[in-house]
Design a protein around this ligand. Structure first.
Ligand SMILES: N[C@@H](CCC(=O)N[C@@H](CS)C(=O)NCC(=O)O)C(=O)O
Length: 225
């Protein structure tokens, strides 16, 4: 978000036309009536105090909607009527609007690395959730929670030198990762037992003003995603 640089005109008025405050676009987040891949986006928008509307729908409405989406998937963020797709692109854009970015290119990139990795974890997690074969479900859960995820968490834990993943202030990637850590803890309450820095990171995300406000009266959804 830019600042207004006003200057006195000949008439003595303050002219803001030369550098007006960029108007916040009208945002509408389109997703199933559930948390899923949209909830971290809602958290990022809330953490950055960025106003947005939502359009949600049930599984039954999806087949008719799918062909009208750019890539056949949601979430989609409508930005002044234009669709923006792909969770991480939306997250980065929402975080940028909310000022949840660093001025340091490397810190942003390290945050991106964590968010990209968490998005991979999330895909594996959804694979386990939707797996119908009990044996396969057990083995994919085991490899996710006992092998892949601990390796990932160990990388982040050993790199953290400040309060958040790559900086001392929260970036959108912290909100994204913090959201998923707290959701994955619902499945594995001891997930962060050996990772005190990450537990602290997640708690600091939960304590951000915008997140506290959002979670004080969280939206209720019909789908258990
Ligand atoms: N790479 C996409 C994946 C999106 C995705 O898989 N969305 C799911 C919901 S979480 C979806 O639209 N599923 C319905 C379908 O693929 O038909 C992203 O990150 O946004």
């Amino acid at each position: 978000m830019g600042s207004v640089v006003g200057r006195a005109s000949k008439e003595g008025r303050v002219a803001k036309e030369q550098n007006p405050t960029p108007k916040m676009p009208a945002l509408k987040l389109i997703y199933f009536d559930g948390k899923g891949r949209a909830e971290p986006l809602r958290w990022i928008l809330a953490a950055g105090n960025v106003p947005f509307e939502q359009e949600t729908f049930g599984f039954d409405a999806w087949p008719a909607r799918k062909p009208n989406t750019p890539y056949g998937s949601v979430p989609i963020l409508m930005v002044d009527g234009q669709p923006l797709c792909q969770t991480l692109a939306i997250a980065r854009y929402a975080g940028t609007l909310g000022g949840l970015v660093s001025k340091d290119a490397l810190k942003n990139a390290l945050g991106d690395e964590a968010a990209d990795t968490m998005a991979e974890v999330v895909s594996k997690f959804f694979d386990t959730v939707f797996e119908k074969d009990a044996e396969k479900k057990a083995s994919t859960e085991k490899s996710l929670f006992e092998e892949y995820l601990p390796k990932v968490l160990n990388v982040w834990e050993s790199r953290m030198s400040g309060a958040f993943l790559a900086d001392d202030k929260a970036m959108w990637q912290d909100v994204f990762v913090g959201h998923w850590l707290s959701r994955l803890e619902e499945a594995r309450p001891d997930l962060l037992a050996k990772f005190p820095k990450l537990a602290g990171q997640k708690n600091k995300v939960l304590a951000l003003d915008g997140i506290k406000k959002y979670l004080a009266s969280p939206p209720q959804y019909s789908l258990p995603l």
